[in-house]
Design a binder for this molecule. Structure first.
Ligand code: NAD
Length: 424
């Protein structure tokens, strides 16, 4: 079971990179980039690998390998997650760091992109060993990270507890408090309010803005959501609270549907009790495949990559696809949706709410002024709506798909920052 999860997460990212890179090749040609611009985008500013010893619980020493890539810092300090994964490679971290640079630029936050981590399976080692691995990695890279250099965050298999170890180790080394060195902390140690559901809410702000561009009525639309984990469950809960009709949800065991609208708080209780949404009393069981092609206005993939493919894209009935998952749509399906005039809101925009609230966390740490939840939400809404409209206007001007518009916007912003610095 655990091994499967690893494979899934790893594959998600590989797919994300593949999709982005094939799209980017076309965009580079479209934008008519010069050789200098291509060279500048092609290489990370700094990438490094560290090896560090950890005393294991057995008393024996073991060497670990970690990487960090700071891809582009023209727009601000680099920012990106730290993952613990047994197959982590420098090349893969590099691709992910580049994608983070694009994501930060799409939502116009003053960060460049980074990524990093340690080649370790956190499920194979004890809690104390995990702490020592985290501290050993930070010890090895401490001179290269910092509130104004490079700011780590959680990623695959790293969480709030690991962010606290990162914070503590960094502060011990520097001999001073520096909460802005890492985001994704608990509120008691400088974390931001609303972070836990910021990805879902950010996506919903975007959806509401997208609906204004259509003739659909907010309270008439029907919504189907694939995935009922952190992102999918929060999305269903918030949509329900805002008066939307969520007609179908699913998890890895299958899905449920009620055309009149699901009672989401009751579904959440059912899932907490049984471990799945399946067999919920107020609905009919459906398969995940049925959910993706069901009669609905809005489809929200919020589980895995590669769900909407050439095999099912022609059968999708939704008029809007909101990609809360990373890379749920393949290139072929993307083409089919574009031809069918289905509005696809790409992951790089739709699920960027999490990184926006990370930026707010960093700002609060630097000013020591902690915001009420309402302020976080108000600022998140403004950022997401602005980003949507920035992307949408390129889409209208160039008559191209939204994914391409988002990448174009990000590349233009990064290159403009490089130009202003005199690097181009
Ligand atoms: P999660 O592990 O909390 O939840 C994943 C959900 O998908 C679970 O409900 C699981 O049962 C379900 N699932 C697994 N296999 C499935 C299948 N075959 N069919 C249908 N459902 C299936 O993960 P999450 O944090 O909610 O992330 C979901 C997606 O969103 C991932 O693609 C992730 O990369 C992306 N994402 C998450 C965040 C975040 O803040 N958590 C931010 C950006 C992007």
């Amino acid at each position: 079971m655990e091994v499967k999860q690893h494979e899934r997460l790893h594959r998600d990212d590989q797919n994300l990179c593949k999709l982005a890179i094939s799209e980017l090749e076309d965009i580079y040609a479209d934008l008519g980039l010069s050789i200098e611009e291509l060279d500048l985008l092609d290489m990370p500013r700094r990438s490094f690998t560290v090896h560090f010893p950890v005393k294991m619980d057995s008393g024996k020493m073991k060497m670990f390998v970690g990487h960090r890539v700071q891809y582009n810092d023209a727009r601000g300090p680099t920012k990106g997650g730290i993952r613990f994964h047994p197959e982590l490679t420098l090349g893969h971290v590099m691709d992910l760091a580049f994608l983070m640079s694009l994501k930060c630029a799409v939502v116009n936050i003053p960060f460049g992109g980074a990524k990093g981590g340690v080649a370790v399976d956190p499920k194979e080692i004890k809690r104390n060993e995990l702490e020592q691995v985290t501290r050993g990695y930070i010890h090895a890279i401490a001179d290269y990270i910092g509130p104004f250099k490079d700011i780590p965050a959680p990623d695959v298999y790293t969480d709030e507890k690991i962010m606290v170890w990162i914070l503590d180790e960094y502060e011990r080394i520097k001999g001073e408090h520096a909460p802005a060195v890492v985001t994704g902390k608990p509120i008691e140690l400088g974390g931001s309010r609303a972070r836990s559901y910021s990805t879902s809410l950010g996506g919903i702000y975007i959806l509401e803005e997208a609906l204004k561009k259509t003739d659909m009525d907010k309270f008439e639309v029907s919504i189907a959501i694939q995935g009922f984990g952190n992102v999918g469950e929060n999305a269903a809960r918030i949509l329900h609270e805002r008066g939307y009709k969520v007609i179908a949800v699913s998890d890895s065991k299958g899905g449920i549907m009620n055309r009149e609208g699901l009672d989401i708080p009751a579904v959440m209780k059912h899932k907490a009790k049984t471990g799945s949404v399946v067999d919920f009393a107020g609905a009919t069981n459906i398969t995940n495949e049925e959910l993706l092609t069901c009669e609905c206005d809005i489809l929200v993939p919020a589980a895995l990559s590669d769900q909407l493919t050439k095999d099912n894209a022609a059968d999708v009935k939704a008029k809007i696809v909101l990609e809360l998952a990373n890379a749920p749509t393949t290139k072929e399906a993307d083409d089919i949706f574009f031809d069918r005039k289905i509005m696809l809101i790409p992951d790089v925009l739709a699920n960027a709410g999490g990184v926006v609230v990370s930026y707010f966390e960093w700002s609060q740490n630097l000013t020591n002024d902690y915001w009420e939840e309402s302020r976080v939400l108000e600022r998140l809404k403004k950022s997401m709506i602005t980003a949507f409209n920035d992307v949408y206007s390129i889409c209208r001007e160039d008559n191209c798909r939204m994914r391409r518009s988002a990448y174009k916007l990000a590349l233009k912003r990064i290159l403009q920052a490089e130009r202003l610095r005199g690097n181009l």
